[in-house]
Design a protein. Structure first.
Length: 86
């Protein structure tokens, strides 16, 4: 028997090129900017890049990361903390 998981989103946060600490292991990223954007994942000190993703315009993706990692991006990308219920 399969189990249905409900995702709950909170804390709408705009990302920036200098880095934003989003304290969650799963985030939903939405790009409403003028084009595709790089999403860079940095370590807990916001100095070393540990991952890079691309998100197209008007697209949403779910990203799994460590809770203490920073996210960097150009303008138009917003992050929502995702929690699993059920």
């Amino acid at each position: 028997m399969s189990k249905v998981l409900k995702l709950k989103e909170t804390s709408d946060t705009a990302l920036s090129s200098s880095g934003v600490l989003v304290r969650a292991s799963v985030v939903r990223l939405v790009n409403t900017g003028s084009g595709a954007q790089f999403i860079d994942v940095y370590d807990s000190t916001n100095t070393t890049r540990v991952g890079r993703h691309i998100i197209n315009r008007y697209t949403a993706i779910y990203l799994a990361k460590d809770k203490d990692q920073y996210l960097r991006s150009g303008s138009g990308v917003r992050a929502n903390i995702v929690t699993v219920e059920g």
